[in-house]
Design a protein around this ligand. Structure first.
Ligand code: F6P
Length: 361
């Protein structure tokens, strides 16, 4: 019997979404008799019933295309069961539209929030498969997510380019890197770009320790310093605050983001001329890297195999260079963080990279 496969992309866009959709479609067409239904703008489209039947030709030209041709939106999990002003019961609407579209299954491409919603729909009895997308690489249960490596490449290029100005002007240059509340992107781009100081949410820092690192470099005759700071990095004092106190503190902080805070502190408390650079959404833009094209194609094709075998309620994970199905219920709601005691952090310390916690009690 012909299978009807719904597909949507949810949360922030990133390189590799289209390549993954293409992987699902091409493998599905090869494995079974099927129709793919593209749902627009993520769960929003599933709630509102905006979708279209896709044809094989719709999947051409997608491998290298950035963003998502289906559109995306953020639909927070915590609001899914809340009836808002429009009076719409979102969960009921999604289940009804799934049935209206006569879907056999739904493939949802997205990050942590998307997977929580996927798990919710799976608990509602729908056949769902999640696919792990995010530049943050924070999805639990998978070694890597598609979009991450492309973002590492972009952020690394930013650091590479900043090096020349830092060196020419003997400046401290701060590059703020995305990654939400985890430091994967900053750690990898920081190491790839040869950053001297890397500040991560998982390793709270002190300004004094950062200044000592810069001073030490100066004593060694290195008159510039590159600091890669994660957008979610916190000082020791901030890390000790209760969630609510931290949120209030940041509301009255007066800085657009952490790079500007750090720049201000260094300009006030040290003798070093400091500048901040925030590449922002560029890190999510453009064509996927070759690594991500291969990863996306594999993840998409693996998902098609699961659909063919009728295996649902799972996400496709990468573990030890292989592709496996992980139950949504085991990973939804969990975050994969950088372990401060991991080999990569220890190796970074071994080559002299500072994390802003040195000499801190
Ligand atoms: O999750 C991807 C991400 O780019 C994070 O790194 C960042 O914190 C967030 O999304 C930015 O979200 P928005 O695009 O909604 O501003």
């Amino acid at each position: 019997m012909k299978k009807r496969i719904g597909i949507l992309t949810s949360g922030g866009d990133c390189p590799g979404l289209n390549a993954t959709i293409r992987g699902v479609a091409k493998a599905a067409y090869g494995l079974m008799d099927c129709t793919l239904i593209g749902i627009e703008n993520g769960y929003k489209g599933l709630i509102e019933g905006t979708y279209r039947e896709l044809k094989p030709k719709d999947f051409s030209g997608l491998l290298t295309l950035g963003g998502t041709f289906l559109g995306t939106a953020r639909t927070p999990f915590k609001k899914m069961r809340v009836i808002e002003e429009d009076g719409v019961d979102k969960v009921k609407a999604m289940v009804e539209n799934y049935k209206k579209m006569k879907l056999d299954c739904l493939v949802t491409l997205g990050g942590k929030g998307t997977h929580k919603n996927a798990n919710l729909l799976s608990e509602e009895g729908l056949n769902v498969i999640g696919l792990p997308k995010t530049i943050d690489n924070d999805i639990y249960g998978t070694d890597v997510t598609f979009g991450f490596q492309s973002a590492v490449d972009i952020a690394t290029e930013v650091i590479d380019r900043i090096h020349t100005t830092a060196d020419s002007h003997d400046r401290v240059m701060i590059i703020e890197i995305m990654g939400n509340k985890v430091g994967w992107l900053t750690l990898h781009a920081g190491m790839a770009g040869g950053a001297d100081v890397i500040l991560l949410p998982e390793i709270p820092y002190s300004i004094e320790s950062v200044i000592s690192a810069i001073e030490k470099r100066c004593k060694e005759g290195k008159d510039f310093t590159i600091i890669a700071v994660a957008e979610g990095a916190k000082t020791l004092e901030e890390a000790r605050m209760k969630k609510e106190d931290f949120e209030n503190h940041r509301k009255t902080w007066g800085y657009p983001s952490v790079a500007y805070y750090l720049m201000d502190e260094l300009n006030k408390k040290s003798r070093f001329e400091t500048r901040a650079c925030v590449p922002g959404h560029q890190q999510r833009g453009g064509s996927p890297s070759p690594y991500d094209r291969v990863l996306s194609t594999n993840i998409g094709a693996f998902a098609a195999k699961l659909i063919d075998q009728g295996i649902y309620g799972v996400t496709v994970s990468v573990r030890n260079n292989d592709y496996v199905a992980t139950p949504l219920k085991d990973m939804a709601g969990k975050t994969k963080k950088v372990d401060p005691e991991s080999t990569i952090v220890k190796n970074a310390r071994l080559i002299g990279i500072k994390f802003g916690d040195e000499g801190v009690k």
